[in-house]
Design a protein around this ligand. Structure first.
Ligand SMILES: NC(=O)c1ccc[n+]([C@@H]2O[C@H](COP(=O)([O-])OP(=O)(O)OC[C@H]3O[C@@H](n4cnc5c(N)ncnc54)[C@H](OP(=O)(O)O)[C@@H]3O)[C@@H](O)[C@H]2O)c1
Length: 290
């Protein structure tokens, strides 16, 4: 072997070693699990399906066990991956803690912290218990589960965390205050964490979509939100899942599916909050039935 050939071989070996040592999104393996919260419908179901299609074995969670069990059966049948069902109310600290403990003890390759709910209306008029549950789910559901999987990912120098925040977390939204504030937490936590974990080979991507749903019903079957948001703004859950997981593989800071949502997201980032707030608030007041 010439000197040049041995140098090339050494370089190739080093590259291979680097790939092995700092492999950011682990390839699917039989023992590892990708976790999806809020997997019983819409974006979470689509993320679970797309992960299974990419060969990842899963732990799927939400409250409705029947829907999770049906999804698991479909994914096992179609993609031949393992799918474990974990029904849990993530707004309940005990149930959330139990899931977090399990995740901390398992080789979790990917966490999609996706479960979230929204309320519309003036906080003073809304049920305080519902508002508090929303914070438990949207904020602590993301924070507790992320903290549970982080040590293992850092130790293995590999992992991916996809956090479902929202364009709603970019600016103040009267009549959607708890949701907007909880998503501001998710957005900022995700984008801050990413900066800390780059050197550890762990990817963190924020999914901050505009309106996303599986199918848009016709006419009277539409909810108030579906009636007020124009059709062209809705993005499919399948597309959202695909671009989100592609973005996570590339360790993109934020993914905003859809051109219109991207444009609105950029505009809301530059417009003064004092101007945006009353305009957006007037729209959300209608969603709260005001
Ligand atoms: N769709 C959009 O237009 C949009 C836009 C921006 C951001 N996002 C964010 O993206 C994420 C997913 O949105 P989505 O539209 O797919 O939501 P979705 O259709 O409302 O589904 C919410 C998911 O979370 C689960 N969930 C709700 N409460 C829970 C609880 N207490 N404990 C555990 N799981 C709970 C639900 O399952 P169970 O009812 O079975 O528990 C369901 O699987 C959310 O964080 C949302 O805020 C969505």
């Amino acid at each position: 072997m010439t000197h040049a050939q041995s140098l090339l071989a050494l370089t190739a070996t080093r590259c291979a070693l680097v790939t092995i040592v700092v492999m950011p999104i682990p390839a699917p393996s039989p023992d590892a699990r990708a976790v999806v919260t809020g997997a019983s419908q819409n974006i979470g179901e689509a993320l679970a399906t797309e992960l299974a299609a990419r060969g990842h074995s899963l732990i799927i969670t939400a409250r409705r066990e029947d829907l999770l069990t049906k999804l698991a059966a479909r994914l096992v049948d179609k993609y031949r991956v393992a799918v474990e069902v974990r029904p849990a109310d993530l707004a309940n600290p005990t149930e959330r803690g139990q899931l977090a403990d399990e995740l901390a003890s398992r080789p979790i390759s990917i966490l999609c912290a996706n479960a979230g709910t929204a309320t519309f209306g003036a906080v003073a008029d809304l049920d305080p218990a519902g508002e508090k549950a929303q914070v438990q789910l949207n904020v602590l559901g993301v924070h507790d589960l992320t903290l549970a999987v982080l040590p293992g990912m850092v130790e293995r120098k590999a992992g991916g965390i996809l956090i479902s925040g929202s364009a709603a977390g970019n600016s103040p939204i009267p009549y959607n205050a708890t949701y907007a504030a909880s998503k501001a937490f998710a957005n900022t936590f995700s984008e801050s964490l990413r900066g800390e974990l780059r050197k550890h080979g762990v990817h963190v991507t924020l999914l901050a979509p505009g309106p996303v749903r599986t199918d848009l019903p016709e006419g009277d079957e539409r909810s108030l939100v579906e009636k007020l948001v124009p059709d062209f703004l809705w993005i499919s859950t399948e597309h959202t899942a695909q671009v989100s997981l592609d973005a996570l593989e590339r360790n993109k800071m934020r993914v905003v599916p859809g051109l219109t949502s991207k444009a609105m997201s950029v505009a809301s980032g530059y417009a003064p909050r004092a101007i945006v707030s009353p305009i957006v608030g007037a729209f959300y007041k209608k969603l709260g039935g005001g």
